[in-house]
Design a protein around this ligand. Sequence first.
Ligand code: FMN
Length: 377
Amino acid sequence: MASVRVLTSNNRHSNPVFNGRKLKLGTFQSNLDSGCVMSALDGRLEITWPNTVTLAKLADEMEFEAIVPVARWRGFDGANNPQGAGFETYTWATGIAASTTKAGIVATSHCSLNHPIVAAKQSTVIDHVSGGRFTLNIVTGWNKPEIDMFGVDILEHDERYNVAEEWLHIVKRLWTEHDDFDHEGKYYRIKKGYLQPKPLQGPHPAIMNAGGSERGRHFAAKYCDIVYTVLTSKDFDECRRHIDSYRKLARDEYNREISVWSLAYIVQGETEKEARDFYNYYVHEKGDWSAAENVIATLGVTAKTIPPARMQAMKEHFVAGWSGYPLIGTKDQIVDGLNALSGIGLDGVLLSWPRYIEQMREFKDVTYPLLKQAGLR
Ligand SMILES: Cc1cc2nc3c(=O)[nH]c(=O)nc-3n(C[C@H](O)[C@H](O)[C@H](O)COP(=O)(O)O)c2cc1C
């Protein structure tokens, strides 16, 4: 049998997600209307190209390691239809790559909706435009109304990861193999698969995923460089065990090292009271609770499955910051909070702000220098 010529070089130093910073930072959902809040708050993100580029440039100035978009095809209705308007992530990431010079660039891909040849090709373009700063975030899709839009059936949960496995196998072969190949699988059939040029990063761009289920955790541990996890407990010891469990799974079962990141939102004030008053204003006075109810219903959580108090807390979590970890307080408290997240073992945190542009700018000017002083950056 002819040997397969495969790219084996390790050439990923251009991607900031692999840098040595103690706490890596990113932004989340800056490609979608309203950003991470579900609220009628004035000054929330209005999705226009100049606005999303403004956020990317702020991230670039702070050398954030990942500007992470969300793959979303329709919003959550309610009063303001948060996340309804938004930019498709591969094309968005190409423009963001061209508008920045240092930050890590991410595209998020529904593997069931993006054909692997197209995904491999588009990813390669972004890697070239960004000079090797690209990371591919793989998602399997959970939001049934948006999958329905494509006229395809949403697969049973674990089978979505079977598709993802085969999809990623093809994408990696296209990125790394120099000879054409055929592939006959359960979900895809490729004839004389070919891709040139190859991505700049070798053997291929970084891969991330947010698998939370048992099947998803194994997928991330086996194939990904970075896994995102949502912190659901306020008990830091429990969070630390949860974070460690990803690294342990990757090491014990797959002999791999994996970075673990999470997400948080920042509500900063001159005083803690000012920050909390602002939180109450945009969450309790202006919150779009019906949109949050729609998210929860789509997730399949019902009043029958959880008690009313937990249901209310879950909704509040989505309204306030798309279920990120709340960092609320003065600039010093925000720095302490990020320090604590680093302390429980997180390698990186994706951030968002309710008034995304205004408050991220304030963070850059006022809070970011303190993070550097604290040795986190
Ligand atoms: C940081 C983060 C980003 C995510 N981005 C998307 C996305 O862009 N599109 C999407 O459909 N799902 C997205 N998800 C959902 C995950 O892909 C995944 O479905 C979820 O974490 C549950 O894990 P499971 O699939 O293993 O059950 C994201 C989750 C997290 C935590």
